[in-house]
Ligand binder design. Sequence first.
Ligand code: NI
Length: 180
Amino acid sequence: MAYFRAMKRNILIHPDPRLKTVADPVADLSDDLRVLADDMLETMYAAPGIGLAAPQVGVLSRLIVLDCVKEEGAPPRPLAMFNPRVVEASDETSVYEEGCLSIPEIYENVTRPSDVTVEWIDRDGMEQRETFEGLWATCVQHEIDHLDGKLFIDYLRPLKRQMITRKMQKLKREMAREKA
Ligand code: NI
């Protein structure tokens, strides 16, 4: 068995049309997609972050990765989900202060169902189903939203969203200047 060194990928910053696009279902689990999943995990851990969706690295396929283990010393739990979908959601809701690697340094409260049951295809092509709660539930919903072109700031009031978008446009101009 060959081991590949995962490669960090560039994370797109909002606003970007690719972050507003509905991603395509994965039909065949190719090696390219498995490499992409490994690269995304590498990119997520390096950021550091707890979740990342393929559109955030410019690939419009329905793939997300996450690892919400927070306890110090606990073993990591890297999950790669192809074609993930929420099949059940609790009526009970939770509020979390969310952030996003595509919207750096912005954190806002978002209300979502507290528990969700998700079905997905894992990297071995096996169907999986699990119920998530707490931070895991919030994170998996946030990442699946990315696959539908939806960002956490879309849950905020329009004025707030516009303010954040302007801030990000400014940040992108500064980043472009630094690169030049
Ligand atoms: Ni995000």
